[in-house]
Design a protein around this ligand. Structure first.
Ligand code: ADP
Ligand code: MG
Length: 632
């Protein structure tokens, strides 16, 4: 058959493997064994579900052969095998999910070979140690066997071959030894033993190899002779079936990284067994960082499902609630039917009970992490906090109670994270609400005029740095009886009785002037009034009931919808203790006409401080200039 070329991106990965100077080349074995194990899973499953394809459990295995003479290492399995089309598709292109991120990193760091070790790079990693790879395979669903042969960059050839037994043999012609690299090491018994123990011990099928054993010489009992004997190199107990106390943290980490294509250790491991009407073992992980596509449609959440150690389904999403969709891992239950399908999974009562039980465990694991390892939790929250907040406002807040103690906000206290519980527990007794201020950056929020007074009162303000935070607060409405209140809303009540009285007096004294200003500003504001929330700033704008200023700003900056025209109902507040107030009074008594200009300038200023656009910047500049000239 004619030689075929690899798809472009596969070729780049391949080149990288072939020319790799990466020191940890040994991971190729782990990759090939993991593929063999997947293929055995599939065959086992087929055998249990299709009577035509029965196979005895004892015949499911992986065999490693070493041919020192020809410098060949062979990894054979009795798994599902591949037909011609699958060979083409699976080995001619990179199809695997984890490789998308790898490719993205490749683009960025062409020369940084070290990234190889951080990814499960799959089949092609064998090109780090082999100059030629032959794949001989016979699919369980097809009578004809095929070979796939490639020496790397120049493509591959697929041919029909004679191979009666079902499964796949990967034959590696090892590269020649150099001064730095001894590829022949991979033909040594001790080396293979070491690698299997290190990377593949928990593989649930036997990994067999002929090893040298010394036995007594039958002709001379004082001597021994060496014979070859097949031995199973791995312990075969899946990691999740081992007792927790016997598992080292590195084992969990290694397992997680390999199986779930991450290169960082997980932030938390959740491993437990439940006995009862539905018994199961779960091994779950909370990743340290969000996968690159986590907040996109392409991200597929879900847990792997095993029944009695047999792999059934990947990404069973009905086992995870949306708000915990960042969790990865597996569930192994003896009580589930092997024939369970995605559709059944959705409706099954047992499965729903299972999902509820899993959710509870994740919930308490997160609570525990928050309590016992604050740093880790904050790090976790940086990655997945948005998803928890989303969980709160989704479905009209039905999960509010459950999730409200897992979210955090940055606080005006020192910019660090605070939970709502911490916030309400330490708030002064006279504080009436949970205050928040919206903005994109902490520095911007800290400049907001309204914040000064609140800070003076020793009240803490939550910084809502994400556009969605306000939705969250709206859906929650309150926490433990304390309502959420924007510092930019009109009805914020920070005054003592005395202050209130003084404010009312000032307002009454200046009623006409305030009304004249409102006249000048027409429909831009609903009211001009005396403020009690300002300290050093002359004016501010607050929103009346309804759309908040932050929502208005959000909509104004929405590139999809720049002219939505949605506006908050605004109130202009003036600081009666500011010098400008005296000036306004002077102007009003001496030249009431001029007051209109002052009002317009102050209004625009307040908008600018709030980060909102002003209607006519040119007009604004003209007025300022005129005032400057007049002031001379
Ligand atoms: P991944 O294992 O992440 O899918 P790989 O590059 O390791 O990526 O393998 C690519 C694909 O080739 C696998 O998904 C599988 O379909 C197929 N494959 C590889 N090795 C075998 C094997 N020993 N038996 C059957 N199929 C295999
Ligand atoms: Mg693989």
């Amino acid at each position: 058959m004619a030689k075929k070329q690899f798809k472009a991106e596969s070729r780049r990965l391949l080149e990288l493997m072939i020319n790799s100077i990466y020191t940890n080349k040994e991971i190729f074995l782990r990759e090939l064994i993991s593929n063999a194990s997947d293929a055995l899973d599939k065959r086992h499953y087929l055998s249990l579900t299709d009577p035509e394809c029965k196979v005895a459990k004892k015949d499911l295995k992986i065999t490693i052969e070493r041919d020192k003479e020809n410098r060949r290492l062979i990894i054979a399995d009795s798994g599902i095998g591949m037909n011609q089309e699958e060979l083409e598709k699976n080995l001619g292109t990179i199809a695997k999910s984890g490789s998308a991120e790898f490719r993205a990193q490749l683009e960025k760091a062409e020369k940084n070979i070290d990234i190889i070790g951080q990814f499960g790079v799959g089949f092609y990693s064998a090109f780090m140690v082999a100059k030629k790879i032959t794949v001989e395979t016979h699919s369980a669903r097809c009578d004809q066997a095929y070979s796939w042969v490639s020496s790397g960059e120049d493509g591959y050839v697929i041919s029909e071959i004679d191979k009666p037994e079902i499964g796949t043999r990967i034959i590696l012609d090892l590269k020649d030894d150099t001064d730095d690299e001894k590829y022949s090491e991979y033909l040594e018994e001790f080396k293979i033993r070491e690698l299997i123990r290190k990377y593949s011990d928990y593989v649930r099928y036997p990994i067999n190899m002929n090893v040298t054993k010394s036995i007594p010489d039958p002709t001379d009992d004082k001597k021994t002779i060496d014979t070859q004997e097949e031995e199973t190199l791995n312990s075969m107990i899946p990691l999740w079936k081992k007792s927790k106390s016997k598992i080292k943290p590195e084992e969990y980490n290694e397992f997680y990284k390999q199986k779930f294509n991450d290169w960082e250790n997980p932030a938390k491991v959740i491993h437990y067994t439940v006995e009862g009407s539905l018994s199961y073992t779960a091994l779950l992980f909370i990743p340290s960082r969000a996968p690159f596509d986590f907040y996109y449609q392409t991200y597929e959440p879900g847990l792997q499902l095993y029944s009695k150690g047999v792999f059934i389904l990947d990404k069973a999403k009905d086992l995870l609630p949306d708000h915990f969709r960042f969790v990865v891992g597996l569930i192994d239950s003896d009580d589930l039917n092997l024939n369970i399908s995605r559709e059944i999974l959705q409706q099954d009562r047992q499965v729903r009970a299972l999902a509820r039980s899993i959710e509870k465990k994740i919930q308490s694991a997160l609570e525990e992490m928050l309590k016992e390892d604050r740093d880790a939790y904050e790090h976790f929250f940086d990655s997945f906090g948005l998803n928890l907040k989303y969980g709160i406002y989704k479905d009209y807040g039905v999960h509010k109670e459950q999730l409200q103690d897992l979210i955090m906000f940055r606080s005006s206290k020192d910019g660090s994270y605070v939970t709502l519980k911490e916030y309400t527990e330490r708030m002064p007794e006279d504080q009436k609400a949970i205050y928040y201020a919206c903005g994109k950056y902490i520095e911007d929020i800290e400049k907001l005029p309204v914040l000064e007074k609140i800070r003076d009162k020793n009240y803490e303000v939550l910084y809502f740095l994400d556009e969605r935070d306000e939705f969250v607060a709206q859906v929650m409405r309150d926490y433990d009886g304390h309502t959420f209140q924007s510092v930019n809303k009109a009805d914020i009540d920070l005054d003592t009785e005395e202050e209130k009285k003084k404010k009312e007096e000032t307002a009454a004294e200046n009623k006409d002037m305030l009304e004249a200003m409102k006249e000048a500003l027409k429909d831009n504001v609903k009211e001009v009034r005396i403020s009690s929330r300002l300290k050093d700033d002359p004016v501010c704008i607050v929103a009346d009931e309804g759309l908040s200023l932050d929502m208005e700003r959000y909509m104004a900056n929405d590139p999809m919808n720049p002219n939505s025209g949605m506006k908050a109902v605004k109130i202009l507040e003036i600081n009666p203790d500011h010098a400008i107030f005296g000036k306004l009074k002077d102007v009003y008594s001496s030249d009431p006409q001029k007051l209109a200009e002052y009002a317009e300038v102050l209004y625009d200023q307040a908008l600018l401080i709030q980060g909102l656009p002003i209607d006519d910047p040119v007009e604004y500049a003209k007025k300022i200039t005129a005032l400057m000239i007049a002031a001379q």
